[in-house]
Write a protein that binds this ligand. Sequence first.
Ligand code: SF4
Length: 398
Amino acid sequence: MKARKSPVQSEESTAPSKTVAPVEIDPSSFRRRLMSWYRTHARELPWRGISDPYRTWVSEVMLQQTRVEAVIEHYNDFLRRFPTIVALALATEEDVLASWSGLGYYRRARMLHRAAQFITRERNGALPRTAVELRTLPGIGEYTCAAIASIAFGESIAVVDGNVERVLLRLTGRAERNNAQGRAFVQRQASLLVPPKRFKDGVNAAGDHNQAMMELGATICLPRAPLCLHCPVFSMCATRGEHITQPRMQQKSRPAAYLLNIRKRGVVTEVLLERRAQDVSLMAGMYELPPLPQDAVKDREPMLRLRHAITNTNYYVQVFAPQGRKDRSLRRAVPAARDDLRWFRTSRLHSLALTGLARKILQRLDVMTVHPVRLPEPEPVPVEKNRVPARPKIEADD
Ligand code: SF4
């Protein structure tokens, strides 16, 4: 009998990670296994099981390149502050950035705000329902429009983020190829697996399937040491382990120094902050601790050292404080113009558009409180491997 040709297989594989034989994957059987695992193992997250497309949109934008724990903390606060598209549209950009502070990639917040204003002005506050229409909004790329259309509106369209891409490459035994051909291959495989129907008997088959694929990549098919023995599609997988990936961009290292200047005014504590220029490409208009030139801190002992990564640069940060009330040498060394510096009450810091690094420093030094983050109980997988990577970046951002 002639072998059935699988729609999802490694026929284009050019450099498999191991000696892998093409494994036939029957889409219906794959979906059955995946969904039965997802129903019992999916983490309870605040953006799951909701029927408000606006909330789905906010969560999908926040999850790009950001840890789930950080998103949970900001998601609830953000929606308390801006519960509807109209409320977001009417807010000032500064308020939106303040709510986004700590999540990074602030261009996402600016674009979300701009899109909310466009929807309020041009569409009576209603989010478009199809991926094609969603794609026309500011800041909504291929990934986000597919995610909203399928999760919020049941459209049968595949969602491909870095987690899904990894699952599909391993499943088919294909090495990572960061080019148009490689991306087209992954998109094709994802589209072949996504259920064809919209809502059926109240079940959103396509939306649930897409979320299950992302969940599988985020919790089982991990970038390093995947938990294959817990994988619901183990028998269909050509790789069963790590696959060949392309070398990552080399990380650069840079030193950075900041001034922590605090003063008391009666019972009020204030901290000196600098506003970043409006015309810089990163974090324009946001507040940070005043940067210090390296010469000014030579031979001084920092009160805090930490590492902070932004895209492919690791900043080795040192924070310095004046030694006594009369020590003005550090303050004089700050190159910023006087107009860019301002004292803020520490009790107001949560409502300010702080850079992620400034927030991190102020929290580490107890100048600012940390919101507690509550996560659902993790699934019983080996403790040392139970880590959840952030959803990898899939759209251009700052
Ligand atoms: S068997 Fe392993 S490599 Fe294959 S999809 Fe499952 S977790 Fe990933």
